[in-house]
Design a protein around this ligand. Structure first.
Ligand code: FA5
Length: 351
């Protein structure tokens, strides 16, 4: 069996040297170490050996297994580093000092990502809704399971008008109206509610490289019978891969919002620093991008929908942050600065 082991070791080295991508490395892992892999096969074939042989051969096979595992991990890391480097190099460089060419107008980067998202969601059967920037306390908070004096309001201080209305802090403020607009179709014809609603939001907060007092979000909701977290994850993944046109590293972690249960934070690996940490991601390597979750029964009920019969998901995508990541804008404040020499750089990316 020793001959077999060294033959396998040689074969593995040859194949590893020929691997051209992380996917090739993964295939090799399955071929050699998978359930029906060749190294695993050696371990399975030791049944007929004497106890002494089992010990020495077993030791040799285990050594081979460990070596193969280590070399695969090393190779995989090499490819991942290469891919990251390529990704960082391919990002457009946003140059605040670029010479200005004011001959042609251009779309704002936020408009560009908003339209890209709208195109993706329209193609998946979502309607695109418009909603006002000035809303009532009921729309922004009460209808979303955030009664007066709820501590969740502290996170979203905003600007109030004399008549008690306010500048909306979140696009979730339109949820109740959307449920009411489409619930008859849902209840009578069984047409699922599938809507996105982009909009400008306002918060009374200190600004930094990733926080503005005025920014854009895009809310999305889907309500039907048997909607689950899997549906939510599918739509999030599709949207991100369509917008970025490549695989993007994201992480999902628990998050609390009174209008969803369970709730999640979906973070994106910072594309400015590649995850190493920088001011754009508060030095964490991750940027909070798209909180989401399953719509809370109280919120559905408030929208006239029976939560015993229907379920749904909702998400609140940070469009301004998405524009930062997509176009390599390091400081969110540059997007609201209104400097044409900055914004003009996107002229060629017309939709
Ligand atoms: C909300 O606003 C919730 N309405 C989102 C939601 C919707 C949760 C539906 C569940 C279901 P949050 O405050 O975390 O959550 O803001 C959502 C996103 O908006 C953030 O992840 C971030 O991308 C963006 N955002 C929030 N505050 C700012 C800010 N000051 N500047 C720029 N972007 C911001």
């Amino acid at each position: 069996m020793f001959a077999q082991i060294s033959e396998l070791r040689e074969k593995f080295r040859e194949k590893l040297a020929g691997a051209k991508s992380a996917a090739d490395v993964e295939n090799l892992r399955v071929t050699f170490l998978g359930k029906s892999g060749s190294v695993t096969g050696l371990l399975k074939n030791m049944g007929g050996l004497s106890p002494e042989d089992k010990k020495t051969v077993g030791q040799a096979v285990n050594d081979l297994k460990n070596k193969v595992g280590e070399e695969l991990a090393r190779k995989l890391q090499e490819f991942q580093e290469l891919e990251l480097k390529r990704e960082l190099e391919s990002l457009p460089v946003f140059d605040v000092a670029a010479p200005k060419d004011l001959q042609r107008g251009s779309y704002h980067p936020i408009t560009l990502v908003q339209r890209q998202c709208e195109t993706v969601f329209r193609s998946m059967g979502f309607t695109v809704e418009d909603y006002s920037e000035i809303v009532t306390d009921y729309e922004c908070f009460e209808s979303l399971n955030i009664p007066k004096f709820h501590p969740a309001r502290d996170m979203q201080d905003t600007y109030y008008l004399d008549n008690g209305q306010l500048l909306k802090t979140q696009t979730s403020a339109a949820q109740n109206a959307i449920y009411r607009k489409y619930r008859d179709r849902l209840l009578k014809d069984g047409t699922p509610i599938k809507a996105i609603f982009p909009g400008r939001c306002f918060r009374n907060e200190s600004t930094d490289a990733c926080h503005e007092n005025t920014f854009f979000q895009m809310e999305g909701v889907m309500v039907d019978k048997n909607i689950s977290i899997s549906n939510l994850i599918f739509f999030m993944k599709t949207m991100l891969s369509e917008v970025f046109q490549r695989d993007i590293k994201v992480r999902l972690r628990p998050g609390f919002f009174p209008f969803v249960e369970p709730g999640f934070e979906l973070d994106i690996n910072c594309l400015i620093c590649g995850g190493a940490g920088c001011p754009s991601c508060k030095h964490s390597g991750w940027l909070e991008l798209c909180p989401c979750g399953m719509i809370h029964p109280n919120v559905l009920r408030e929208g006239g929908i029976d939560p015993e019969e229907y379920t749904g998901f909702a998400f609140g995508l940070g469009l301004t942050r998405l524009a930062m990541m997509k176009y390599g804008v390091k400081d969110i404040r540059d997007l609201n600065g209104g400097l044409l020499q900055n914004l003009d750089q996107f002229t060629d990316d017309r939709l």
